[in-house]
Write a protein that binds this ligand. Structure first.
Ligand SMILES: C[S@@+](CC[C@H](N)C(=O)[O-])C[C@H]1O[C@@H](n2cnc3c(N)ncnc32)[C@H](O)[C@@H]1O
Length: 217
């Protein structure tokens, strides 16, 4: 049985479909876990790098009939595939947006964990008729990560900046590391403001101060 990092465990817990794809799968650990645990029936693993994809193919050797490996850029190699849910994690937000924009297929659910441009990615998903149904910040091996799930909706959902930054589950879900994140970001913002005297940071500082107050930190 493979053991997942905290970040990948949260992603695995969010999967609730039979057929998924892991775009940029690299090592393939997520799909290995999901198949071992029988949480999914079939998975596509794909990566732009054949070298990375080979790692996944080797790791999934004992699930031969339950996966297909595709070497391609984003979702471009998924034409005619039926996917219930797509995971894209460990890439930049702009890259994730490009992948979703150029997808040849429509996908109802995404689980995303961008490394940068997180708010931009969330805004893009909302603008494209996805609702954010789960959204959390966690700390894994000394780094903070955002993991959020998006599901296609009829009605466009709008979130304010505070909701976009802090996510809907951070203040209620015990696995969240929001308190540590708020203090870490505030210290960083004050340090940058001190060095640069940039008053543009005040708006962001106010948002994090509001969260600090709400959390009674
Ligand atoms: C940091 S790893 C993340 C691995 C795994 N998804 C995770 O979250 O642990 C990023 C992977 O994305 C792949 N990648 C980068 N750009 C890609 C693209 N446009 N399409 C598919 N895979 C891509 C890289 O080759 C690499 O294997």
């Amino acid at each position: 049985m493979s053991k997942l990092s905290k970040r990948l465990s949260i992603i695995a817990d969010l999967v609730d479909s039979n057929t998924i794809c892991d775009v940029g799968c690299d090592h393939g650990k997520l799909v290995k876990y999901l198949l071992d645990e029988k949480k999914i029936k079939f998975a596509y693993v794909s990566d732009i790098s054949m070298q990375s994809l080979k790692k996944a193919i080797n790791l999934l050797a004992n699930h031969e009939s339950n996966f297909e490996a595709i070497c391609c850029d984003g979702l471009k190699g998924y034409k005619d595939k039926l996917i219930d849910e797509c995971v894209i994690s460990g890439m930049g937000g702009e890259q994730i947006i490009d992948i979703i924009k150029s997808s040849p297929i429509s996908i109802q659910k995404f689980i995303l964990s961008p490394q940068h441009n997180i708010i931009k990615t969330k805004k893009f998903m909302l603008e494209n008729n996805y609702n954010i149904t789960f959204d959390i910040i966690i700390k894994d091996k000394n780094k903070f990560y955002n993991v959020f799930k998006c599901e296609k909706t009829q009605n466009k959902v709008k979130l304010n900046e505070y909701q976009l930054i802090f996510g809907k589950d951070n203040f209620t879900n015990l696995i969240s590391d929001i308190d540590e994140y708020v203090i870490f970001e505030l210290n960083k913002l004050y340090a940058i403001k001190h060095q640069t005297k940039n008053s543009d940071l005040n708006y962001k500082i106010d948002i994090f101060e509001k969260a600090k107050k709400e959390r009674k930190l």
